[in-house]
Design a protein around this ligand. Structure first.
Ligand code: 5GP
Length: 204
């Protein structure tokens, strides 16, 4: 059996990674979402073990010391990390795994897992990016300016990824990612078994 795909969706702050990933998970029930650990406080409506594993800084440090993370990074003053063990287990079983992580984290995973599928989400325009960050409503004017500047700076990192997907609408972006997944499954390098079966037939 071929291994599953490790699909990493990343992008600058405010490009709508979370919304696009939720749409993908709703459309592809077999996709396994890797739940990250974080030291940030749960927001209203978030549950431990569903959106994130909410850890104290001490617990997070213990997970680092015990080598539990595939990657971890500090994002806006909080720590975030991708637990490693379930991911490998699922991939080996042929299941596709989705990571929604920040750019530093994605670059770290890229170095460790070069056969992953790295997708960078882009805003349709800078104006739209500004609106999206503003509309979150969680930003003070200072944090807004900081987030916007750093988001613009982050965009150029996208050139290190394999795929650039403009998030014009959630549905269209999700469709493009589904097309990428379908194409990745057809890669010759992922289909050794097909070739093996068709070139070693008893009927020849
Ligand atoms: P939020 O706190 O808004 O849920 O997420 C803040 C940022 O952390 C987002 O850019 C999100 O993609 C990123 N993030 C979430 N989980 C992880 C993770 O496991 N590792 C890394 N590096 N970033 C993460």
């Amino acid at each position: 059996m071929e291994k599953g795909l490790l699909i990493v969706v990343s992008g600058a702050s405010g490009t709508g990674k979370g919304t696009v990933c939720r749409k993908l998970l709703a459309d592809i029930p077999t996709l396994y979402y890797s739940i990250s650990a974080t030291t940030r406080r749960p927001r209203a409506g978030e549950t431990d073990g569903v959106e994130y594993f909410f850890l104290t800084r001490e617990e997070f440090q213990r997970w680092i010391d015990e080598g539990k993370f595939l990657e971890h990074a500090e994002v806006y003053g909080n720590f975030y990390g991708t637990p490693a063990h379930k991911i490998e287990e699922r991939l080996e079983r042929g299941e596709d795994v989705l990571l929604e992580i920040d750019i530093q984290g994605a670059l770290n995973v890229m170095a460790k897992k070069p056969d992953g599928v790295y997708i960078f989400l882009l805003p349709p325009s800078l104006e739209e990016l500004k609106n999206r960050i503003k509309n979150r409503g969680t930003e003070s004017p200072e944090t807004f300016a900081r987030r916007f500047q750093s988001a613009v700076g982050e965009i150029s990192t996208g050139q290190k990824y394999q795929y650039a997907v403009v998030n014009d609408t959630v549905d269209a972006a999700a469709e493009k990612i589904k097309a990428i997944i379908a194409a990745e499954r057809c890669r010759v390098s992922r289909n050794a078994a097909l070739f093996q079966n068709l070139t070693h037939s008893e009927e020849m």
